[in-house]
Write a protein of this length. Structure first.
Length: 258
């Protein structure tokens, strides 16, 4: 699957890699921790590239993008996305984020409301208590050696530098270990329509997603019989549930066209 266009955009002192598929209204796709744009959104691209202009970003320290040696923050990622929008002369767009990418775009909607049309946040979280019990203890005890092999292979295929791989792992791990709840009122102030998606066996608790839906004024919620992301991409074993992904993307399209 070849993109129509790819390149690098300046973003607050570094360069971020992007790929564009299709034409139409812009939909910005933001990947999860340890991943890259195409890795998380390949199935979405297959299903939506004929209806939208899909813009996939590799965030700082990920994929083909440049690295920073300072701690990662969701605020910085939100600012980097806005810098790419400015570079591409896109005043306003819809966003689809997965996992950390979903948390990033929720942050973006609260910080830059005039840049967001609609927002799909898949398996995102906004408070420490929203993740499965034991998550943070597990992250603190984790090491680079136990990173999912598919994510490691994907990173090294796009960037073979072992130091960059270690930097990505350390920055992502520390951002999650030190995760701080969104400020009070951040979700209540999101003015665009929001579609929250999660799995019933996700790392994000279903009750947290339901709580977020109550807090965001114009939010819908869909919880699927799924784990962390296999409703939109390959599962941890590389298996693709085509029917489940078809259903998810059908609902995403419906939300975007509402």
């Amino acid at each position: 699957m070849l993109s129509n266009h790819s390149g690098y955009s300046p973003a607050n002192g570094i360069k971020l890699y992007y790929e564009i598929y299709g034409t139409g209204k812009p939909l910005i796709l933001i990947h999860g921790g340890g991943s890259s744009g195409f890795f998380d959104f390949e199935e979405t691209v297959k299903r939506l590239q004929n209806q939208y202009q899909l813009i996939l970003l590799d965030m700082q320290n990920h994929g083909k993008s440049a690295h920073r040696r300072v701690p990662e923050t969701f605020e910085q990622d939100a600012k980097d996305i806005v810098a790419v929008l400015d570079h591409l002369a896109i005043a306003k767009a819809s966003f689809f984020g997965f996992s950390n990418g979903a948390t990033t775009i929720l942050k973006l909607a609260s910080l830059f409301p005039d840049r967001v049309d609609r927002l799909i946040a898949a398996s995102g979280n906004t408070k420490r208590a929203g993740l499965l019990d034991g998550f943070f203890e597990g992250m603190s005890a984790s090491t680079i050696e136990v990173m999912p092999p598919s994510l490691k292979e994907n990173f090294l295929k796009l960037n073979p530098d072992p130091e960059d791989f270690r930097n990505m792992y350390e920055k992502d791990s520390q951002r999650m270990i030190n995760f701080r709840d969104f400020e009070a009122g951040a979700l209540e102030n999101i003015s665009c329509p929001v579609f929250l998606i999660g799995g019933d066996q996700d790392v994000v608790k279903g009750e947290h997603l339901a709580e977020m839906q109550k807090q965001i004024p114009d939010a819908r919620l869909m919880i699927l019989p799924a784990n962390h992301g296999n409703y939109m991409m390959k599962d941890f074993n590389g298996q693709t549930d085509e029917g489940l992904i078809d259903f998810t993307i059908f609902q995403v399209r419906k939300f975007l066209e509402a």
